[in-house]
Design a protein around this ligand. Structure first.
Ligand code: GRF
Length: 203
């Protein structure tokens, strides 16, 4: 039985696209719903192009609305892929252990409130770190603090700008996120992957 995945986006949705591309054919998971807090999120258009229902949350803090939308599509797994709002506590309770997030750094470093987008990569460069990466983790009540399921390391190069670093990390994200979702589908729930692991077929 296929794992039914909802993807939540606030922006362009390149990670959503990586999932749409990976979860086809014989894959044990499908994107069945895309939710956004922003009507102009590019990810909504990617969903429509792929024939996936794309819905805008009128009030992203409305638990009943979330649960109705997820329930209507029989969602098994919720993926936050560039979703910039907190998920309401009632949704976290109902879907505990079945909501994951991707973050563009090696958590617990460079995470938490306000650490998103360009700011993450600026902070990495300012710190002088020689390595960064991407993290997929379970979502709990705090930003970027749930159990880490998988990370992929990315080198920081001399002369990197926030933009060049973001682009390199994003490539890693596009490999890591489908790998975690496929592993979750096979296991029946999100499970940890070993560092840099990518199940066959996602490379
Ligand atoms: C990614 O860097 C992701 O890690 C972060 O937001 C960004 C979303 O990019 N949470 P996209 O919308 O998937 O292109």
């Amino acid at each position: 039985m296929s794992c039914r995945v909802a993807v939540c986006v606030s922006g362009g949705g390149s990670n959503l696209q990586a999932l749409l591309d990976a979860l086809q054919g014989e894959a044990p998971a499908r994107v069945v719903l895309v939710l956004s807090n922003r009507p102009d999120a590019g990810g909504l258009e990617r969903a429509r192009q792929a024939g996936v229902p794309a819905e805008v949350l009128g009030d992203p803090a409305d638990t009943t609305d979330w649960i109705t939308r997820l329930g209507r599509r029989d969602v098994d797994l919720v993926v936050l892929a560039g979703y910039l709002k907190l998920v309401p506590p009632g949704v976290l309770t109902k879907y505990r252990g079945r909501i994951i997030n991707i973050h563009p750094a090696l958590l617990p470093a460079f995470g938490g409130p306000g650490m998103y987008g360009r700011r993450v990569h600026e902070a990495v460069l300012t710190s002088g770190a020689t390595e960064t990466g991407a993290t997929v983790h379970l979502v709990d009540e705090e930003f970027d603090r749930g159990e880490i399921l998988a990370q992929r390391r990315v080198p920081v190069h001399a002369g990197d700008t926030p933009e060049s670093l973001a682009a390199r990390v994003l490539e890693a994200e596009h490999r890591l996120l489908p790998a975690v979702v496929l592993a979750a589908a096979r296991a029946g729930r999100p499970v940890p992957l070993t560092d840099n692991a990518s199940p066959a077929g996602t490379e």
